[in-house]
Write a protein of this length. Structure first.
Length: 274
């Protein structure tokens, strides 16, 4: 890595209940380069979403360290076994979580309101993004009046307007039908790349991972480790996510990823983790 913005060092985490302990993450280590689009795949229930929650600060690891390489004025350079959400990260979940009693515009500015950042410059930025992402004429509509893809774009604007350094994407397209998912994932990937943001995507869709990501990590069954690391290099004149599925290297990557995850799926898991 030439310019890592994030380092995950030897992270371990377990869930604890009255019935006992369920190990989820075991000695997870990797780096993410500034501006990189990283995808994380793995068998169902292996703890992919748990890993994102630990990175974001919603869960406190039992051991290990998370290092953020940003200026000291913006935030602390490291977080080790400490609680607290990272202020320079944006978290996009599986569902858009837009509030029906608020208009699209009111939903988009919600984060700014909560963080007391509703300044004239930020309001101008919201208007600009609504126009850029073809949502401005729908700004006074309620979420139920928009398609699933439009609602996901609104959720992305709500996240981006806070100017996060890193975007965490927890299967944000999984609730969409297949055709809409292809289109929206491509649109959102292009938006993220155009802003130069660093992104970490959790996905079960190997085609999606290959077409969107610069690199793919495969997690093992729980307690999860990083099983393998696939840099993605596709040779196409059109590097859009949709076109990338026609790249000559695409099928080879798919077969390798499928084999790694299929081998893990032969092992039965109990008490699946999200």
């Amino acid at each position: 890595m030439n310019n890592p913005i994030l380092e995950i060092k030897d992270i371990c985490y377990s869930y604890h209940t009255l019935k006992g302990e369920t190990p989820a993450l075991s000695h997870i280590s990797f780096q993410v380069e500034k501006g990189e689009f990283l995808a994380i795949a793995g068998p169902s229930g292996c703890g992919k979403s748990t890993l994102l929650s630990v990175i974001f600060g919603l869960l406190v690891p039992e051991s290990g360290e998370i290092l953020f390489h940003v200026t000291p004025k913006e935030m602390p350079a490291s977080r080790h076994q400490t609680a607290g959400i990272c202020p320079k990260m944006g978290y996009m979940l599986q569902h858009d979580h837009l509030f029906e009693w608020r208009t699209i515009y009111q939903n988009v500015i919600l984060g700014l309101e909560i963080n007391h950042q509703l300044t004239p410059d930020k309001i101008d930025r919201v208007t600009e993004m609504l126009k850029d992402y073809d949502l401005y004429k729908f700004k006074d509509k309620k979420p139920s009046e928009l398609s699933g893809g439009m609602k996901q774009r609104a959720a992305l604007i709500r996240t981006l307007v806070l100017d996060p350094e890193i975007l965490l994407l927890d299967e944000p397209f999984s609730a969409l039908d297949y055709q809409t998912r292809l289109s929206v994932s491509s649109d959102i990937c292009n938006i993220i790349r155009s802003t130069g943001k660093t992104a970490i995507l959790i996905t079960h869709d190997l085609s999606e991972a290959i077409s969107l990501a610069d690199r793919i990590l495969v997690m093992s069954k729980r307690p999860a480790t990083i099983k393998c690391d696939f840099p993605i290099h596709l040779t196409l004149s059109d590097d859009s996510p949709l076109a990338s599925r026609n790249a000559p290297e695409y099928q080879g990557y798919f077969n390798k990823l499928w084999k790694e995850i299929s081998d893990e799926n032969y092992v039965q898991n109990t008490t699946p983790l999200k």
